[in-house]
Design a protein around this ligand. Structure first.
Ligand code: AHM
Ligand code: MG
Length: 336
């Protein structure tokens, strides 16, 4: 049953919304599973880094932190100064967290192995895109951080796993306010950073996304090179009155889809035959969030979460959205 708007509005009007820290503690207490304790401890580290990133973003136009640094990352993309700053803030918070044994970032060529102590016997890998949509930075557009957390078996440190094995995932959207959305595998909660005290406060819990939306989100400049099924689906959406919304930052676009329904796409294109977005730290965590909220994440041929990773920076076509919208697209793709 889809109740996003009403659920969010009701919770927003609560007089004393709980902080992220107290929600994480409550989740730990409610679970006998040691893994929940470790996962919340890691999410807490990410939330600290996010506060630092949000602060740097607020003053970026004043302190010279905008613009490129003259380096290109492993994806061949020009690194922005804030890509580097956000990456360092996350690494600094996470590398000292008990249980974190492996880090993987969009900005680093290889997995980073850390000489840490296992937490309560658990060993974890954290994969992240420190600043998603960073081409929006110079024009004051929204950007985000995306994260994905896995529990590792001993000896599995360098083995990439399918997204289905994620223990927790989430994102932070740096827009008019700083919003953190996360799942520990038991529903999706949303928090907003209260800037005077610096606490993330919960504004929605157990988000259930609408079964169908009214907008699609895709870079339509690439339309002519999408496979035919995508083109037919988008034409049908236009015919039935759908609107188009595209921020150019996946976090902002998927956040809208989570709250209001609809569909976000990054299909194969002539320039990027496997799609542009990366499986391990973009598609998988977003897919876990959407599936936990009742939506679907697909590559067009199967579930994103079941897609076996070929490499840390592997790309996949991405379809994320409300279940009826995604089903309609998959039916078009299957008919070719
Ligand atoms: P980035 O992680 O280097 O910022 O790239 C990912 C971004 C996504 O946020 C967004 O959906 C997509 O790239 C936009 O790409 P395009 O400009 O091709 O539409
Ligand atoms: Mg990205």
């Amino acid at each position: 049953m889809a109740v996003p708007a009403s659920a969010v509005v009701q919770l927003r009007s609560q007089p004393n919304p709980p902080s992220l820290q107290s929600c994480l503690l409550a989740a730990e207490r409610a679970s006998r599973d040691d893994a929940v304790r470790s996962l919340s401890w890691i999410v807490s580290a990410i939330s600290s880094a996010a506060k630092g990133i949000a602060a740097r973003l607020r003053t970026a136009g004043l302190d010279g932190a905008l613009g490129a640094v003259g380096q290109v990352n492993v994806q061949g993309e020009a690194q922005q100064a804030l890509d580097v700053i956000a990456n360092e803030l996350l690494i600094r918070e996470l590398e000292s967290r008990e249980g974190v044994m492996v880090l993987g970032s969009e900005e680093n060529d290889e997995l980073m192995l850390i000489d840490g102590l296992p937490a309560h016997g658990g060993r974890y890998a954290v994969l992240f895109d420190p600043l998603d949509g960073s081409s929006n930075l110079d024009v004051g557009g929204a950007v985000g951080t995306i994260f994905s957390i896995y529990e590792l078996a001993a000896g599995e440190e360098t083995r990439l796993q399918a997204g289905r094995r994620q223990g927790a995932a989430g994102y932070v959207l740096y827009g008019p306010s700083t919003v953190l959305v996360m799942t520990l595998g038991n529903g999706v909660d949303m928090f907003v950073l209260e800037p005077t005290v610096g606490n993330f406060l919960r504004v929605a819990e157990r988000i259930a996304m609408p079964a169908k939306g009214k907008t699609y989100s895709v870079n339509e400049a690439n339309l002519d090179t999408f496979p035919a099924g995508y083109q037919r689906f988008l034409a049908a959406c236009r015919k039935s009155g759908y609107g188009s919304r595209y921020a150019g930052a996946m976090v902002a676009d998927v956040h809208r889809v989570l709250l209001q329904g609809g569909i976000f796409l990054y299909p194969p294109t002539a320039k990027a035959p496997k799609g542009k977005l990366r499986l391990m730290y973009e598609a998988n965590p977003m897919s876990m969030i959407l599936e936990q909220a009742g939506g679907i994440g697909s590559t067009g041929t199967g579930s994103i979460l079941d897609h076996e990773p070929e490499s840390l920076h592997a790309r996949v076509p991405v379809i994320l959205g409300s279940r009826e919208d995604v089903a309609a697209l998959l039916a078009e793709l299957a008919s070719d």
